[in-house]
Design a protein around this ligand. Structure first.
Ligand code: ADP
Ligand code: ASP
Ligand code: MG
Length: 811
């Protein structure tokens, strides 16, 4: 004999009920089956809603009643082709329900006892319809009213079972039963005096376990809408996987802490008779599902699952008068128990100065009032402070029996939450170490579950979520590179990079779903109007783990937004130089925020595009080296210009060409005035540990005053023509001396400078080609032969790859 329970979704449509019939019928060929069914999904909620409305004298309860009536009548009709007897039975049940609701409306009151009468209609009706559906297909099945079998005490809405009588009833009934298939409504029971009672929301699972234990069957099967008990709620964590084997105790912890797939009390009867529970999916019956049994079921992972409870409130009782006084906890828990407040979590510091308890939000005010009444005397003497109530919280719990023999789990849990800016309000770990729980803000639940799942279940695969502003030439290349490297990063670096946000100057898009990188342009074009502040607000509101803001603009307001990103633990990867080369104070503050909020701030592409210059410098410093001198050619644009400018040629033409080919900023004066190079050496100086402003960089211009005073770009070009002789002289002098012109940046003895130099063939700069950059680091460890980084220092592809490297470095 087996007991099979089918939940609300499993009996939630005509199609699904047909699946139920097929599953049961197959089993019935080899053994008798007791089939416990829930109300059709959502009906219990509707029944309670109708009752509440009626009790408030709100006539719209009738609409809710009608919805229930129509749904059940339609089911009965479809499953039995409108069988007259069945339709009459359903009609009678609905008319009783109607009478009950009218009564509630008239007396303007809804007691727990009446609530149970009302809620019972869900299962009473569904079990009747489902039995008829079996019979209509020519399958013999008999309906049994569970209220005649399961007897409870006199409490309502979550009654306690009187096992002696219940077990006797069940055994007696099934001993006499001749039918192979018995259908029973779950959730419902009756008191010793014959009143309808219920076993608590989700209680159909419990009904099935009670019957299974009384009959000592071989196995209990809970058929639902997911393929087992998952490592986390699959509706919130996409990567969650079904747990194949789990112990009774682990399953109990998970369900107590919110894994709704199993009603927690269900495990007790099954455990008492050592009956394995299988969780199976009605919609995918061939999938293995989960087996809950006696074994610890080791899968090599000490954590079996992560669950959470929403709508939690934290109550803190504190005061100097609590220290060393015995009996405070006793009085606290007694008064809560009297008020039937269920305490989910308790923490008390060893100083005994405060006790913190987690309760359901709905109980919070009742609990506060009860506690303050109990401790009124101590409150009046100010020995205890008024109870502090915090709401909008949730509890997340890591569960696993073998956690006790593994160290470092709580450390990993809390550091993961910390890294993701999830604030922990309270923690609790039972001495049995089956469970570590933390109270966090409700808004952080999804992020917390996903980041913990990633760390404990996904072999450390890390998801990085990008929000990119400025998708012009470099941005488009970055997206291309990410798209084509996706698989490699997953396979080799365990990295899953997703782009969740994009913005250009016209439109923007931020979504919880990864943007398809094959069609990002269309998606972005359909986005809303671009707005720097709203973009940031949306990114922060999305609250995704490992979020990264990528700035590929040259825009000042965008650079000014970094602080707020970092404060929300969102990393910043910037191509934009304005922040790192802006005011020292701003740069230093960004660095401070980055450390404080554990959010990296990376800007490798600020100097030498994709070349690992800043990274090298940071590694030297971090490993204890010190910088004595830096010499560098850092301007791809100026290299291009001076490599192509030959004696007898036109400086104007060369600059024009450099601009057209994208080697200069749109305003070439930024490059030619040396400001851009000065910013780069400033960044290197700061990364070497100096505190400098841009004005501290000595900049000897090679442009004429006439060039520098030009009013706009076309005027600037005019002045280049006017001053052609000046440039001809520069290049002719150098050539005559066997030298070449290079624009050199230097940091020596704490002083930084930039300027045009004539370098001879013995200089490492002499043979620098095209737009190449070169940096020579002289350090304590590299005193004579410098450490050299050299290569292409400009261009869309290399800049995009520099950004990509910064993103990968975040892992
Ligand atoms: P039924 O109506 O069949 O009793 P429930 O809605 O009570 O179904 O329980 C199944 C639901 O439990 C799933 O759809 C899922 O959303 C939720 N759930 C929460 N945590 C877990 C978990 N760890 N594993 C599986 N399901 C979970
Ligand atoms: N129908 C009840 C409820 O919704 C019992 C159950 O489905 O398990 O809570
Ligand atoms: Mg359920």
């Amino acid at each position: 004999m087996r007991v099979l329970k089918f939940g609300g979704t499993s009996v939630g449509s005509v199609k699904n009920i047909e699946k139920v019939i097929a599953i049961v019928n197959k089993q019935a060929a080899s053994h008798p089956v007791a089939v416990v069914v829930s109300a059709v999904g959502g009906i219990t909620d509707l029944l309670l809603k109708a009752g509440t409305l009626a009790a408030q004298k709100d006539e719209t309860y009738k609409d809710v009643f009608l919805e229930i009536h129509q749904k059940y009548t339609a089911f009965a009709k479809a499953l039995t082709e409108g069988d007259a007897i069945v339709m009459a039975d359903i009609g009678a049940l609905m008319s009783h329900l109607d009478d009950l609701l009218k009564g509630i409306f008239l007396i303007n009151e809804l007691s727990p006892k009446t609530l149970d009468k009302l809620a019972a209609f869900g299962e009473l009706t569904s079990s009747r319809i489902i039995t008829a559906a079996f019979n209509h297909q020519g399958i013999e099945a008999t309906l049994k009213d569970s209220r005649q079998l399961i007897i409870t005490d006199g409490t309502h809405t979550k009654a306690s079972v009187l096992y002696d009588r219940t077990n006797e009833n069940i055994k007696e009934f099934f001993a006499k039963a001749s039918q192979n298939i018995t259908i029973l409504g779950g959730f419902i029971a009756s008191t010793a005096t014959g009143e309808t009672s219920t076993l608590g929301r989700g209680g159909s699972d419990f009904t099935a376990a009670i019957i299974a234990a009384a009959l000592e069957v071989d196995q209990l099967e809970i058929w639902t809408d997911v393929s087992g008990m998952f490592s986390a709620n699959p509706k919130l964590v996409k990567q969650a996987k079904p747990i194949r084997d789990i112990s009774y105790h682990e399953a109990m912890e998970l369900s107590h802490f919110g894994a709704k797939v199993l009603y927690p009390p269900t495990i007790v009867p099954a455990l008492s008779k050592n009956i394995p529970i299988y969780i199976k999916n009605t919609m995918a019956p061939d999938e293995a599902g989960t087996r809950i049994g006696e074994q610890e079921g080791s899968n090599g992972n000490p954590i079996k699952g992560i669950s959470h409870i929403s709508d939690v409130a934290l109550l803190t009782l504190e005061g100097a008068g609590m220290v060393g006084i015995s009996g405070i906890s006793k009085r606290l828990f007694e008064v809560l128990s009297l008020q039937q407040v269920n305490v989910i979590l308790i923490t008390q510091a060893s100083s005994e100065h405060s006790i913190c308890i987690g309760v359901m939000e709905a109980d919070a005010l009742r609990a506060k009032t009860a506690i303050e009444t109990e401790f009124a005397y101590e409150l009046s003497l100010r020995k205890i402070d008024p109870v502090i109530v915090e709401t909008s919280l949730a509890i997340i719990a890591l569960v696993g029996e073998s956690m006790k023999s593994h160290q470092g789990i709580s450390g990993k849990m809390f550091s993961t939450l910390g890294k993701n800016n999830v604030n922990i309000r309270a923690i609790a770990q039972g001495a049995s170490e089956k469970n570590i729980s933390a109270v966090i803000a409700e808004k952080d639940v999804k992020k917390a579950l996903n980041s913990l799942h990633e760390v404990f279940f996904e072999g450390n695969r890390k998801q990085i979520n990008l929000f990119i502003t400025g998708v012009g030439n470099v941005g488009a290349k970055l997206l291309d590179q990410i798209n084509s490297q996706k698989k490699y990063l997953k396979d080799h670096l365990n990295l899953n990079i997703r782009v969740l946000g994009l913005s250009n100057s016209r439109t923007m898009l931020v979504s919880e779903q990864a943007i398809d990188l094959d069609n990002w342009e269309e998606a972005l074009a359909q986005g809303e109007k671009a707005d720097i502040v709203r973009f940031r607000e949306n990114v922060i509101a999305l609250n995704q783990r490992n979020s990264v803001f990528v700035d590929i603009t040259a825009n000042e307001p965008v650079a000014m937004a970094y602080e707020e990103y970092l404060r929300n633990s969102i990393a910043v990867v910037a191509c934009n130089k304005i922040a790192a080369a802006g005011k020292q104070e701003y740069y230093a503050n960004l660095k401070r925020l980055s450390r404080k909020y554990n959010a990296p701030f990376k800007f490798e592409t600020n100097v030498g595009a994709g070349l690992p210059i800043i990274d090298t410098l940071q590694n030297l410093i971090a490993s204890g080296d010190s910088i004595t001198k830096v010499q560098a050619v850092l301007s791809g644009s100026l290299n291009f210009v001076f490599n192509n400018f030959k004696s007898g040629g036109s400086f104007y033409d060369v600059v024009q060409q450099a601009k057209e080919e994208g080697y200069t900023e749109p305003d070439p004066r930024i490059d030619l005035s040396g400001v851009d190079v000065a910013r780069k050496i400033l960044i290197l100086a700061r990364e070497s540990g100096l505190e400098l402003e841009l004005e501290d960089i000595v900049n000897t211009p090679f442009l004429t005053a006439n060039n520098l005073e030009s009013t706009d770009v076309p005027h600037f070009f005019e002045t280049l023509k006017e001053d052609a002789a000046h440039f001809e002289k520069l290049v002719a002098d150098a050539t005559a001396a066997g030298k070449r012109l290079k624009y050199v940046a230097q940091l020596d003895n704490g002083k930084a400078s930039v300027g045009l130099q004539s370098v001879g063939a013995d200089s490492p700069f002499y043979n620098l080609e095209g737009s190449d950059n070169i940096v020579l680091f002289y350090t304590a460890r590299y005193p004579e032969q410098p450490l050299i980084v050299k290569g292409a220092g400009a261009g869309g592809d290399v800049t995009a790859s520099g950004l990509f490297s910064d993103i990968i470095r975040l892992r």
